[in-house]
Design a protein around this ligand. Structure first.
Ligand SMILES: *Cc1c(COP(=O)(O)O)cnc(C)c1O
Length: 364
């Protein structure tokens, strides 16, 4: 296979080349069935094997306890912003920790179905810090507390999940882990529900992963669409309606790839090294800047700025010419953003740092 460029997209994001190669090889005929995975009945034996293996592999990779259901859904992260309150709020009050754009969106959408409150916010620092859990105002009547554990746009990550019990709350914690799922282990003892779109770190767009503690099922509001009722989806093994079969297959191949890499602990080790390489370079440079507080910095999404923003276009064009793709920052933050998901090897981060160094020299 010829070398591919390094793709720093925030999502849909680069997938492991090995996974794409396997999928290409199986495109026309999956394991002698004479069918592409796209062409199979979701209720047939072949797809049954694919989805069962995907779930088993994911459970083992993320050490998901037995009392959690794994749901393969559709609707994306934004869909879950409505689906979670429809299933968990019981029409009551829910508390949000605002740490960036995604939690802001989640809060706004939940307000359509529940009394959505703000328990904490880092808006005063333009979403560059972590609101300290001890300062969160969680109501005794909160049906759940929502947290975006990695803010993809602002590059802010909770490196430890809060222990709500220790904060005096019995509410379940809901996390949007779209953009760092499978980048590090999850402490399930602190989580009631986790959701994520697959297109950052698990596979292609179209699949939404939900991991939910069993005791939270069965309380959906009457207006909740049946296809989005967690109890219904769980009772039907994610096959109440046709699931995104091809996306589940590709996510399953990605889970097998993760196992071959050494699992989630190994991915975390690599992700720490990759992020440190880029942050250390940026911090030593007077030419580039990252504005996120060091303890809040995401390992996955690293926004950075050129001190002289009139050079942005030249920077991006030079990067593109070197095979360093999709580095432009989100429009709401500006500057650049490098997303270093699991599929990004450390060689890609080295190539980026080399380029940044050279660009700085050329501009001197
Ligand atoms: C990408 C992303 C989403 C977006 O979800 P869609 O699949 O586009 O609906 C939601 N939350 C976070 C944290 C994300 O990074």
């Amino acid at each position: 296979m010829t070398a591919r460029p390094y793709n720093f997209s925030a999502g849909p994001a680069a997938m492991p080349a090995e996974v794409l190669e396997i999928a290409a090889g199986e495109m026309l005929d999956w394991h002698g069935t004479g069918m592409s995975v796209m062409e199979m009945s979701h209720r047939g034996k072949a797809f049954g094997e694919i989805i069962a293996r995907a779930e088993a592999d994911l459970r083992s990779l993320l050490a998901i306890p037995a009392q959690f259901k794994v749901l393969f859904m559709q609707g994306g992260g934004l869909g879950e912003n409505a689906i979670v309150p429809l299933n968990l709020s019981r029409g009551g009050a829910v508390d949000f920790v605002i740490s960036g754009s995604w939690s802001q969106k989640s809060h706004k959408e939940a307000g359509r179905y529940a009394q959505a409150r703000v328990a904490a916010s880092n808006a005063d620092t333009k979403h560059t810090t972590l609101p300290a859990p001890a300062s969160w105002a969680i109501g005794g009547d909160a049906q759940y507390v929502h947290l975006c554990s990695n803010e993809t746009i602002h590059g802010v990550e909770f490196h430890e999940l809060p222990d709500l019990k220790a904060l005096g709350s019995d509410a379940p914690l809901v996390i949007d882990f779209s953009s760092h799922v499978a980048s590090r282990p999850v402490d399930w003892s602190r989580v009631g529900l986790a959701f994520g779109g697959a297109q950052k770190n698990l596979g292609p767009a179209g699949l939404t992963l939900v991991v939910v503690r069993e005791d939270l099922l069965g309380h959906a509001l009457p207006i909740c669409p049946s296809a989005f009722n967690y109890q219904t989806v769980a009772d039907n093994g994610s096959m109440y309606n046709t699931p995104p079969t091809y996306a589940i297959y590709l996510a399953g191949l990605t889970f097998q790839w993760l196992q071959r890499q050494g699992g989630i602990a190994e991915m975390e080790r690599r992700n720490i090294a990759k992020a440190a390489l880029l942050y250390d370079f940026i911090d030593r440079s007077a030419f580039y800047e990252n504005r996120v507080a060091p303890e809040a910095r995401s390992r996955m999404n690293i926004p950075f700025f050129l001190q002289d923003e009139s050079r942005n276009e030249a920077f991006l064009a030079g990067a593109q010419a070197r095979g360093l793709l999709q580095l432009k920052g989100h429009k709401s933050v500006g500057g650049m953003r490098a997303s270093l998901y699991n599929a990004m090897p450390i060689e890609g981060v080295r190539a980026l740092v080399d380029y940044m160094q050279q660009f700085e020299k050329e501009m001197a």
